[in-house]
Ligand binder design. Structure first.
Ligand code: SF4
Ligand code: SF4
Length: 279
């Protein structure tokens, strides 16, 4: 564990402060204390998780994933009946309701990745929290060229919501709740089958997940990213082999292979025998 250990207190503090600023601002702007509770909880979970992880506490990332992911799935999704899936975002956006789902997408998936890349995928996604428990932690085959499927699903979610409004379907809130449940069940089933078939836990993230259409562009410019000390690096390739997302982390360029796929899991940093990688 190299350079990122030196920043072990700064990165979680930065993340925590960022979420607190959002929590307090939204609380004051919207006059709803839910935002203070919601974003403080998320920021605190993420900050504690990153801090524990940097101190080599085993399974720290998974603990954060479950603390955040299950809170969003069970509390926000099932109990509060807030559709946090892609169709929920389009639905509330078209209604002009700037509430939980839209705010969540704006912060975690559209603009936030400018700062913390695809931290969402590594620490918060409730689909990936289950997929990461499967046995294929590092891909065993080269990436397939089927990533176009995510764009089809992205378009499908958009068309679904446009259809609901165009045909003036009634009982929209119930339909959105139902689609949240059906969508999640499908995601889990497809994700698990794909992971086993392709021997790759994150196959769903690479080929199917429509959220990546939002996540990838801003992640290209991410402030937080793993960098390689090229003067130190011995090109052993262990980091690339260990990476669940096939990122060529040896290359420091923003155009590095699969650069916008990095989920900040720091597995590469752990694998490097000479501590050449850092954040
Ligand atoms: S790519 Fe999609 S399924 Fe995978 S972690 Fe990111 S949001 Fe979750
Ligand atoms: S192993 Fe490294 S490059 Fe790959 S996703 Fe994790 S942090 Fe990013």
């Amino acid at each position: 564990m190299g350079g990122y250990l030196k920043k072990e207190n700064l990165i979680p503090l930065f993340i925590w402060l960022l979420f607190e600023i959002v929590a307090v601002s939204l609380w004051l702007i919207k006059g709803n204390i839910f935002y203070l509770f919601n974003f403080s909880y998320l920021g605190t979970c993420l900050a504690i998780g990153i801090l524990l992880y940097s101190k080599r506490v085993k399974h720290a990332r998974h603990v954060v994933q479950f603390a955040v992911g299950s809170y969003m799935l069970i509390y926000l999704g099932l109990i509060c009946r807030e559709n946090m899936q892609l169709e929920g975002f389009w639905f509330f956006l078209f209604l002009g309701v700037f509430e939980a789902a839209v705010i969540h997408y704006a912060i975690a998936k559209i603009f936030g990745p400018l700062l913390f890349g695809r931290g969402w995928c590594g620490y918060a996604c409730w689909t990936a929290m289950v997929l990461d428990l499967l046995p294929y932690k590092s891909p065993q085959h080269p990436r397939r060229k089927i990533g176009f499927m995510r764009y089809i699903i992205f378009g499908g979610a958009l068309l679904f919501v446009i259809g609901l409004f165009t045909f003036r379907v009634s009982n929209l809130e119930y339909i959105m709740f139902l689609s949240f449940i059906i969508g999640n069940v499908l995601y889990y089933v497809i994700g698990i089958i794909l992971a086993i078939a392709l021997k790759d836990n994150r196959a769903f993230c690479k080929y199917i997940c429509p959220i990546t259409v939002f996540l990838k562009p801003a992640s290209y410019f991410s402030l937080l990213r793993v960098k390689n000390n090229v003067d130190k690096c011995i090109n052993c390739g262990r980091c690339i082999k260990a990476c669940p997302m096939d990122v060529n982390v040896i290359d420091n360029s923003r155009k590095r292979r699969n650069g916008t796929e990095c989920i900040l899991c720091f597995k590469c940093v752990d694998e490097c025998p000479i501590e050449s990688l850092s954040v």
